[in-house]
Design a protein around this ligand. Sequence first.
Ligand code: GLU
Length: 299
Amino acid sequence: MNESQPQFNAPYRGRFAPSPTGPLHFGSLLAAFGSWLMARRAHGQWLVRIEDIDPPREIAGAADAQLRTLAAFGLLPDEPVLRQSERGDAYQAALERLLAQGDAFLCHCSRSDHADVGGVHRACVPGASRVDPALRLRVPDGTTVVFEDALQGRIEQDVAREVGDFVLRRADGLWAYQLAVVVDDAAQDISEVVRGADLLDSTPRQILLQQRLGLPTPRYAHLPLVLGDDGRKLSKSSASLPVAEDAPVATLRRAWLALGQNGDALAEAASVADALSSSLRHFDPARIPRDRTLSFTPA
Ligand code: GLU
């Protein structure tokens, strides 16, 4: 059993890392505001990273639109925005290290080869050969990762059994999110990752990669995933609509409430600046709901 302890003491550095697959919706605003509040409360820094490593899923202009929306909400990063599309050399160096250590391997299997076991890869199909093999991390049997999430509590995952050998570079040559996020969180000295609980299941893979790469493990806090007030999936509810920039104070108030905070604190705020400074004075992380999902009406 692999019990992970965060290795950061100070200074606090947080981040918001959207993928440019569309406009920011209420759920992403919650992650942005929540991570900003946690960083500012700790007198730390808050960074923004555009995770544009998947061109087929990218929507033209979405990254700039996301940055504009963040600015309209007063959420301004302390350092220049890092774009993952420019970080290929760093991912390649990490991959080469894993290959040299014997932790990564070329995989010629096709997706259908492991479909009957839920896509969990444990061994390559003998004799498979393709011109565009993927690269995977080898996850030996019994690899279990345990960590303490600041909101979700103790999380344990048998990565070998539940996930299997996972992809680092895809057959189409694109970098996998798991590798890119680990390399960049370390490169940016991120001490605390605050993000949506949809990524909770990815965290053990990320901790495992940090360990294989000799990188520190940040603290993690996974905010509840916002569902519509009818409990429907994000993609089908009003929580998935783009956040409107024309009434940022009202939307910040909604996000504040979704974070479990006392609504009175922002009731009088007349501007974004007012709302943010009042939110910093009254923010109490102990009030954040410790659930994986939250049924909530964004507007
Ligand atoms: N880019 C990922 C997403 O938008 C988030 C990555 C992260 O916060 O670790 O879902």
